[in-house]
Ligand binder design. Sequence first.
Ligand code: ATP
Ligand code: MG
Length: 492
Amino acid sequence: MELSLEKLSFGVPAAERDDDLISCFVTSETYNRVSQGKKTILLGNRGTGKSALFKKIADDEKLKGNLIVQLAPEEYSYELLSQSMKKEVEGSWAKHGAYAAAWKYLILVVVMKNFIKSGKKFKHGPEAKIYQYLRDNHKDVDTNPLGMLISYLKRMEGIKIGKYEAGIKAQELKKLYSLEEINHLTSVLDNVCAKNNAIVFVDELDKGWDASEDAISYVAGLFQAAISINTQFKNLRVLLSLRKELYDNIPALYDDAQKVRDIIETIEWDEPKLLELISKRISNKFNIDKNVPFEEIWNLTFQDTLEYRQTKSFNYIVDRTLYRPREIIQFCNDIAEGLRGQLFQGSLPFDYKQIADAEYGYSEARLKDICSEYRFQYPGLQSILETFRGKSYTFTRDELEEQLFKIVFEDIPVSKEAKTWCVDIEPDILIEILWIVGFIRAQAVGGLKARRRSGSRYLGSHQISSLNLKNIQRFHIHPMFRTYLGLKESKG
Ligand SMILES: Nc1ncnc2c1ncn2[C@@H]1O[C@H](COP(=O)(O)OP(=O)(O)OP(=O)(O)O)[C@@H](O)[C@H]1O
Ligand SMILES: [Mg+2]
């Protein structure tokens, strides 16, 4: 079978715009656990498929006739929060708790509103209470969720910092924290949801993230609210997603570690699943029979074995990713796009030259994306990665430490932003950071259990969840970054 290059596309980078997602969806244990409600908080790095998973579950639930509520990204605005709310020190009020109450209020009111909108009969029976409450309290009130959240917070803030008598203050606050206004409706709402379950999705919390005090309280409060609703309601579920590195950076989220750990799911991919993902997209595009093995489908678009060291083409491509679907989709699309732009296009399958032609641009884009992804934890990261330019890509521990010592002690200049955190830390810690962001991989010794194919000796943080780096004696720079940084093979 010959495929047309003109029609070839491996997909789009973001699930929101992915019309083929449902027909190409790759299921997993993660998908099972989240869709069964065993896990309600979804963590994953950028482009690993958080939105995709939510989109698929929303689709499943809609088919079952359940009520879906999606809180959309435009509706968060961290800047607006910071402008509206007093600082914790000024107001001397505990923000997380206030945000948690406000979030719970918001979610419950939004679900009630959606039930009414969905045309169910609400004017009679116990449900009428909900109808009346909304009519009396939320008729012409701001329907924008963020507005509702802010106004609830403002009510609390007003009491906290207002000149009330202590007793009244405590009483009024208690009412707001315990959601007195809607407490009489919660069991009614749960019963309403028994007929048609309701699921609330909150995705893309990182959009516009600014690491401010309010942004942190906003997310921490949402976590608490979701946990509280999921425990209290039988038929209403809140699903949250959050980028993994943001989660790792907000200690307030795992203060309650034990309680939270059971309900958290982290998205991870391995090579067979990524092959399935990309092959499903090819076969969907060209209507290839579902029974054709994934490898065969892949080989319709890529030469099986490349001239470059007789490497399998899939291995070559997947080695240049951190195992994220968006990366593999991007790299494959770049290759196809590069060939389409040429006068003499040749035909499929792609060979090594065509892959190599696209690699520099891909490598550059990935390096910049990773640095931007970590801009709050490790600002100026790019200037540190740039210090490796032109070097060889394998390092003994001593060589790597020596290079990092020079950064730490300012013998090698890095950007102003990078200096704010990387000088004065031990090279050990810097090695750890480079490992976490995916820049270096460690040579594994012993039989480590990791998501790698047999034969490859170096492991990255995307392939193994915990590794005692202190014991590692050799490292190399991840192949994804090498072309852009012009790295060389070592002579040894
Ligand atoms: N399980 C899956 N099956 C099929 N395609 C998937 C799957 N997971 C992700 N994808 C595809 O991979 C791409 C990236 O996924 P997605 O947009 O969901 O990532 P994300 O984790 O939400 O990223 P971000 O943090 O940037 O929002 C999308 O094109 C999506 O359709
Ligand atoms: Mg997303």
